[in-house]
Design a protein around this ligand. Structure first.
Ligand code: PRX
Length: 635
């Protein structure tokens, strides 16, 4: 029996039992047999959720890029590591072999060094989905710099907040990006962001769209000439197991985004192990995850997990709708994709376009389909299963989070019988539990509660950059000695989990985590706005859309409401990015508040859901009269 590759259900249960009854032994075996270490660990695990402090493989020395690249060279040097599929189908795809990847990562690493980047420095990467994105991430890891990738759909304000929060000294960007038929001026966004980032000494610019951009003398450098002059050899920096590998920002219920810190060894072991099993990856497979490397899905399951297994991973620059809605399926046919991993929002959008776009392409290469980022509704699940998987490719509905680093609850294809809308069983080593609102554990099956994890796993985030207290408060304070996920879940009669959605003020729109507080702060920047409250409401394609209740300042003048709506969304686009725009804006005279002044979002959510028959207990409201006004004026 190989604990590394699980092939049937009995084996799953057996390995699972071992992974929870003797976790140290279990993970030690996995780490020992399947990775390359410069020095082995002194201790497999030490942990204390009350501090919280979690350490895996303490004392071990390694470099993750040696595991993702160097160790494959002898046997897989000529194998394609990355297939780059450009935005425009007329542009040729690029196949980057492991040998090439090795050279390009080393050159990039040497360029970073020449710019003064050292171990432990933070590097902000703000790039579209082009090979340089994966290569820059790996180049940072090569020299022990901490990458902080910011999704290239975020605005200048959002970018500068993230650059400053972790004191990045360098930014890697491009002259622009392609997005379907449009181009986006990424460098312009960086220039604007850097007006408020004093710590950034240099900017490396990849030429992608060949636009005429401003280059700040002394600060901005075209990347290519620097690469051309750099050596293709770069010794990897030897890192401690618990040295930070990267920071990735995620939205919180309140305040600024949280820079989740992931460390080296545990993250590597867990993402590699989950990748192998959750996608049942075999040597000649071509794996494609449609996420952007700007999100955790791309970090773990486009870059690190696949490359640690010596896999071929596709990077797609484009969008599902360009040049038409058949683009995903065209790419599947073209590269003979075997595992396809996407988000429910994309499935819903494509399902709506009908079968014409699907039937044109040969999808017989597909073996496993994945879903991630938000609950997948029954309709989307069946459409995916029937039309893309032709009922023979199992769907792995993978539940996890930026904070968890890797997939936590998921079927293992061909092993776990699937059930529509259920993420099914905990992955090896993961110990979930459900809690009630009073802090009591809910035992047995056919129950619903708040999802917590009771034991550490190797790829969990270790802290929030610069704010360990917030890490403790957010994840380890709701329930003693447990990691609280922020999600609700139910457990069915056989112990399968179904994630029901967030139980806090984070809203998932098209698979993207958005914090209501940040959006409200942006809306309140409008000079005419006195106060606002944002809630989610169900949306056919996006899963959730945003509904804003806005109180205007009383200036005595009347204002055009449609113009105001446009201006408010413009401000949101500037502060966060277009993904956070409000679908509905209702102007109101007041917001329902408790006597302590807290907005009663529960009621606002119900109104936005058009579910006003039972608003629940409104007796504690300070201003119940506003409800009538709100309900009468729903747009
Ligand atoms: O609410 C859960 C939802 O996405 C949240 C995590 O978002 P993020 O950190 O951006 O990571 C997304 C990609 C891993 C979770 O708290 N979520 C993620 N996957 C699923 C899901 N909800 C239901 N089913 C899923 N498969």
């Amino acid at each position: 029996m190989s604990n590394y590759h699980i092939k049937h259900l009995e084996e799953y249960y057996q390995v699972y039992r071992k992974s929870v009854s003797e976790p140290e032994n279990f993970w030690e075996e996995i780490a020992e047999e399947h990775f390359m270490w410069r020095k082995k660990w002194d201790k497999v695990l030490s942990w204390d959720f009350s501090k919280p402090e979690i350490k895996w493989f303490e004392g071990a020395k390694l470099n993750i890029t040696e595991n993702c690249i160097d160790r494959h060279l002898a046997t897989r040097g000529q194998k394609t590591a990355i297939i780059f599929e450009p935005n425009d189908p007329k542009e040729a795809a690029e196949h980057i072999t492991y040998n090439h990847l090795h050279k390009r990562v080393n050159q990039f690493a040497n360029v970073l060094k020449s710019q003064g980047v050292k171990k432990g420095d933070r590097v902000c990467v703000y790039l579209p989905m082009i090979p340089e994105l994966a290569i820059s991430v790996l180049a940072c890891a090569r020299i022990g710099a901490i990458h902080s990738v910011v999704f290239a759909g975020f605005s200048a304000t959002a970018l500068s907040t993230r650059i400053n929060d972790s004191d990045c000294k360098i930014v890697i960007t491009s002259d622009g990006s392609y997005r379907g038929a449009k181009t986006i001026d990424l460098k312009g966004i960086v220039d604007e962001a850097l007006e408020s980032c004093e710590g950034v000494a240099s900017v490396l610019v990849v030429k992608r769209i060949h636009s005429d951009i401003h280059m700040e003398s002394g600060r901005d450098h075209w990347l290519q000439p620097l690469l051309d002059g750099a050596s293709t050899a770069c010794d990897p920096e030897i890192m401690d197991a618990e040295d930070p590998l990267f920071i990735l920002y995620t939205s919180g219920s309140t305040g600024k985004p949280k820079g989740m810190v992931h460390t080296t060894a545990g993250y590597m072991v867990y993402t590699a192990y989950t990748f192998k099993n959750v996608f049942q990856y075999k040597e000649n497979d071509v794996y494609w995850c449609t996420a952007d490397i700007g999100w955790i899905t791309g970090h773990s399951y486009i870059v690190y997990g696949p490359l640690a297994n010596g896999a071929t991973t596709v990077m797609f620059e484009g969008v599902p709708s360009y040049p038409d809605f058949g683009r995903f399926w065209e790419v599947v046919e073209k590269h003979k994709v075997t595992q396809f991993y996407t988000a429910p929002t994309a499935i819903r959008a494509l399902a709506k376009q009908g079968m014409g776009f699907v039937e044109k392409y040969d999808l017989t290469s597909l073996k496993v389909l994945g879903s991630v980022g938000e609950p997948i509704n029954e309709g989307a699940w069946h459409w995916y299963n029937d039309n893309i998987g032709k009922k023979k490719s199992p769907i792995v509905d993978t539940w996890w989070q930026t904070e968890t680093g890797g997939i936590m609850i998921t079927p293992i294809p061909f092993v776990t019988p699937t059930k529509p809308t259920y993420a099914t069983l905990p992955f090896i080593g993961i110990q979930p539990t459900l809690m009630d609102e009073n802090g009591k554990e809910i035992t047995g099956n056919q129950v619903e509660g708040r999802l917590c994890i009771i034991f550490p796993w190797p790829s969990m985030a270790r802290t929030i950059w610069g704010n360990h207290q917030r890490y403790k408060d957010t994840y380890f304070s709701a329930y003693e000695n447990k990691y609280f996920t922020g999600d609700g879940a139910l457990r069915d009669e056989v112990g399968y989990y179904r994630i029901t959605g967030r139980v806090d003020d984070v809203i998932i729109v098209s698979g993207h985590n958005l914090g209501t507080a940040t959006i409200e702060d942006a809306v309140n920047e409008h000079p005419a706005v006195a106060e606002s409250a944002i809630v989610g409401f169900p949306h056919d394609i996006k899963g959730n859309a945003l509904y804003g209740y806005v109180i205007l300042k009383d200036t005595g003048e009347s204002r055009d409401q449609n113009n105001l709506r446009k201006e408010i969304n413009q401000i949101i686009t500037e502060h966060i990015g277009p993904i956070a725009k409000l679908d509905k804006i209702q102007f109101t005279s007041g917001l329902p508040k408790t006597r302590s002044g807290k907005i009663m979002r529960r009621i606002l959510r119900k109104i936005a859901h058009k579910d006003t028959s039972n608003l629940g207990d409104t007796s504690t409201l300070l201003n119940p009269e506003v409800l009538k006004d709100i309900m009468e004026n729903v747009p």
